[in-house]
Design a protein around this ligand. Structure first.
Ligand code: AMP
Length: 283
């Protein structure tokens, strides 16, 4: 395992790997790595000759009132976890290395960026799309691995890669969960014990929605109500959104048909938690 901190070192190192005929898999992260990240690393290690993870808390994707300063950082633990997954390199640049000057060029994706998190965090996805474009340019991977945990982010990256003809295969990986169903997230460590025990309502509400859709419910408002009512049983969580959308467009259809995604966001004190699950509606 080698830790690289400069763009120049990454370019030289990975140029040599590619020149030797080795395929490069890439896992972008903001660090505070957990078993969800590890599942992405293991997928990359299985598919590629060389795996590189990036650890970079990207200021561009945080709004001024969000948790940029508080976001957990522990590079030594991240390197240990990446090593245990069989990764070869960690790219951990400073903010100055990534943004040596105030940035004047950004990548923004309309359409799929706009609903859901796009409503609550209007500048977030442009920050994500811009840093992922930079990282793809620096690293030059064959394949890049993203979690379905951030389903809208995955849709944004897929659309961006298609629209800009980026030469990277974008691979989606299933969400890794705690035994009680809570989706693993670096932000779970913000939860108090009481918030942690109530946080199970997210995955429970999604299970109820999936079950209703698969039992034949085709009215998105009815499914949404099921989720909202269950989320309201948490006294500590505040609803941000609960939506039932077409898995491709991320818009709510009049009637549920084909591949559907149910998505929820709940604020628990300092932690904004998001989760989602898929269902297939009868046509
Ligand atoms: P983050 O460090 O939170 O920006 O996440 C980096 C990558 O790991 C993203 O592609 C996330 O979707 C993915 N990820 C985060 N949590 C999980 C999880 N519980 N299961 C699978 N992938 C995840």
């Amino acid at each position: 395992m080698k830790v690289l901190t400069t763009i120049a070192d990454v370019r030289t190192t990975l140029h040599a790997e590619r020149a030797a005929g080795r395929s490069v898999g890439f896992v972008p992260t903001m660090g505070a790595l957990h078993d969800g990240h590890k599942s992405l690393l293991l997928a990359s290690v299985a598919d590629n000759d060389v795996t590189i993870a990036s650890v970079f808390v990207n200021p561009l994707q945080f709004a001024p009132d969000e948790d940029l300063a508080a976001y957990p950082r522990d590079l030594d633990a991240d390197v240990a976890l990446a090593t245990s997954a069989g990764a070869d390199y960690v790219f951990a640049p400073s903010v100055d290395e990534m943004y040596p000057e105030p940035i004047e060029t950004t990548v923004s994706v309309s359409g799929v960026s706009e609903p859901l998190d796009g409503q609550s965090r209007p500048t977030h996805f442009a920050g994500v799309a811009t840093v992922v474009t930079k990282l793809f340019s620096i690293i030059g991977p064959c394949s890049a691995y993203f979690g379905e945990k951030d389903f809208q982010q995955l849709a944004v990256i897929r659309k961006m890669s298609l629209d800009l003809s980026l030469d990277v295969s974008v691979v989606g990986c299933v969400t890794h969960r705690e035994p009680d169903g809570l989706a693993m997230s670096s932000r779970n460590r913000y939860l108090t014990d009481e918030e942690r025990s109530e946080s199970v309502v997210l995955s429970q509400a999604l299970d109820m929605a999936v079950e209703a859709i698969e039992a034949g419910q085709t009215d998105p408002a009815v499914v949404r109500r099921l989720m909202v009512d269950h989320l309201a049983t948490s006294t500590l969580g505040t609803l941000d959104y609960a939506e039932v959308v077409d898995a491709r467009t991320l818009r709510t259809p009049e009637r549920l048909r084909g591949e559907i995604r149910c998505l929820v966001a709940l604020q628990f004190g300092k932690a904004r938690l998001i989760d989602n699950k898929g269902a297939t509606a009868a046509n």
